[in-house]
Design a protein around this ligand. Structure first.
Ligand SMILES: *Cc1c(COP(=O)(O)O)cnc(C)c1O
Length: 583
């Protein structure tokens, strides 16, 4: 199988190489923390379905991210998630060596084959430094995702970017394009420059050498918060990367405000850069005005995130929806009764999981709001509780209200942890017969799938403009679950009032946003759900047809192919020596 309309530019030795600090490959492997890793996995699953020649590189994260436990007061504790690459992955032969902090670090890879709907395979290589010849500290470099201090992080990023480039080379790949998924992989470009110079000092790299690397690299930025971009002190850069590399990075302008900034490395060495939604493209252009930054809106892998009951309905009505996600547009013809039945089944699976995990019995007829995401403060998981009295009143007026929460806070994120405690405290205070609030532990892939398909409404309340895209609402849309969300990230593009969901009004004050949230529930959403079920099911159906057919990684990857990987008019003709200049 090949991606027929691009096949002449690709062979299995010249694939697109995709580098990402986290990749969610299967639910059994805790090699991701959240949205970034799920997006990476969904991208590669779409590549496998489309028959695109692609290979991926990440770290093996032998102890995972963390398993979350919450006590009765909402205090989060973290457990490692050890897993065994040896039993789930195939070992690869080559071992490459990389000098990090004056020590030679040996790196090997494990392979997982992602197989697409047509049988095409996208291999994912998991880098591992747990080799006997390594210094004991270096053996732990690929242990924990986002663990450790800045020194550890920079060493990990050297393994990912530079180790990744070298191991692909050692395996005989000559990638046609390198795609850096977020700045973590940016040191890839330094390794490519070293290859270009056959090991000669990179500090003396010429503009031609740099241009040759730029021709092969594309970069996706994901973070509209300046503090979210990895930065390291000059001392760390010189000590860990060595003088040649650090001097090069300084010379090309990758130090910013006195710090080595991974985003600037990637920007400087990429011929194509994009944000992950239209709005995020704009925000990124404001953050990095010297660079030309496009936007390609995220998606989710349709087959992965559609509940079994909806998969069966799609199979009956659009039998090729898995090969051709656009045919989800024809969901507009599915009878309301089938939508209702498929959703009832997805909801009962969620309620069974809630019962099993918490002992709380939720009612299948009662309106259920889902909210699950990383507990970062800008996500504001407590906005729904801004006016508890009003929430209680709504629950009484409309025959009850159920709210299902989940989300982890990064172990070092104290404000995020405080927000979880706050939600759980409020849940305890507010729980009555009419209003039931549960917070489920350990949000991950499987729970995410249950929640996005089983809720009646998907709520998202980020503070603008900090949501780069968001993808959980896209998973909900595939399952006919409309969103109620702040107009930020993907929702600016996906929102059609009363057709795919509702927008929380734009206010500078939190008060105003909360009032808009309650107003929507009271005047529109709850009356529709409780009194006009047919109309509700029509909204569910249009949500699938309009948003499921578009916000998927098949459409997204086709855009990457056309605009980033193989844009026929720019690959050969762009002025190679110019750094990208803002329009
Ligand atoms: C989809 C998903 C995310 C990302 O969702 P957002 O809407 O971007 O917050 C995070 N974690 C898990 C486990 C997911 O499945």
């Amino acid at each position: 199988m090949s991606f027929a309309w691009r096949s002449e530019k690709q062979s299995d030795r010249n694939p697109v190489a995709y580098l990402s600090m986290e990749i969610a490959v299967t639910p059994e492997m805790p090699t991701y923390s959240g949205g970034l890793g799920v997006l990476a996995g969904d991208t590669l699953r779409a590549a496998a379905d489309l028959g695109l020649q692609m290979v991926a590189v990440t770290l093996v994260h032998r102890r995972g991210y963390f398993e979350q436990h919450l006590d009765a007061n909402g205090k989060q504790t973290e457990e490692p998630q050890p897993w065994s690459p040896e039993t789930l992955l195939a070992p690869e032969e080559p071992i490459v060596r990389l000098t990090i902090e004056d020590r030679s670090v040996a790196i090997r890879a494990w392979r997982y084959d992602l197989e697409g709907i047509t049988g095409h395979v996208v291999p994912v290589y998991f880098l591992d430094t747990n080799l006997e010849e390594n210094d004991p500290g270096d053996r732990k470099l690929t242990d924990r995702l986002y663990g450790g201090d800045g020194n550890h992080r920079l060493r990990q990023e050297a393994v990912l970017g530079m180790g990744g480039a070298r191991i692909l080379d050692a395996m005989g790949y000559v990638p046609s394009v390198y795609h850096m998924n977020e700045g973590h992989a940016a040191l890839l470009t330094v390794a490519l420059l070293e290859q270009e110079r056959h090991g000669a000092n990179v500090d003396h790299a010429s503009e031609e050498d740099i241009a040759s690397v730029r021709e092969r690299c594309v970069f996706t930025t994901h973070t509209p918060v300046p503090a979210g971009h990895d930065r390291f002190s000059p001392e760390q850069a010189y000590r860990i990367l060595g003088q040649d590399r650090a001097q090069l990075l300084e010379r090309v302008g990758a130090f910013h405000d006195g710090l080595l900034n991974m985003t600037y490395i990637a920007l400087r060495f990429s011929r194509f850069v994009n944000g992950v939604a239209m709005q995020h493209g704009k925000v990124s252009r404001e953050m990095f005005p010297d660079y030309s930054i496009s936007a390609i809106t995220n998606g989710v892998h349709a087959r992965t995130w559609t509940a079994p009951s909806f998969q069966a309905a799609f199979d009956r009505h659009m039998p090729r929806w898995k090969q051709d996600n656009i045919s989800l547009r024809y969901a507009i013809d599915i009878p309301e009764s089938e939508i209702a039945a498929a959703h009832a089944e997805a909801k009962s699976r969620l309620l069974a999981a809630v019962k099993e995990r918490t002992g709380v019995e939720l009612h299948p007829e009662i309106f259920t709001v889902g909210f699950a995401r990383r507990a970062a403060t800008y996500k504001r998981s407590d906005l729904l509780f801004h006016d508890p009295e009003r929430l209680i009143k709504l629950a009484h007026e409309f025959g009850g209200l159920q709210i299902v929460y989940a989300g982890k806070a990064h172990p070092a994120d104290e404000p995020g942890k405080a927000m979880i405690r706050h939600v759980i405290e409020l849940a305890k205070q507010l729980n009555t017969d009419a209003l039931k609030i549960v917070y489920l532990e350990n949000y991950e892939w499987t729970l995410g799938a249950l929640m996005t398909s089983g809720a009646d409404l998907w709520l998202n309340t980020p503070k603008r403009p900090y949501e780069a895209s968001g993808t959980s609402g896209m998973k909900a849309a595939l399952n006919g679950v409309p969103s109620l969300s702040i107009l930020d990230g993907w929702w600016i593009e996906g929102w059609i009032e009363g057709v795919t969901g509702w927008a929380i009004g734009d206010h500078d004050e939190e008060d105003g946003e909360a009032v808009s949230l309650y107003d929507h529930l009271e005047h529109t959403i709850l009356p529709l759900y409780t009194r006009q079920p047919e109309e509700w099911h029509r909204i569910m159906r249009s949500t699938i047809a309009l948003n499921g057919s578009y916000f998927n990684t098949q459409r997204m990857l086709e855009q990457y192919v056309l605009d980033a990987y193989f844009p026929e008019d720019t690959v050969q003709e762009s002025p190679a020596l110019e750094p990208a200049i803002a329009k």
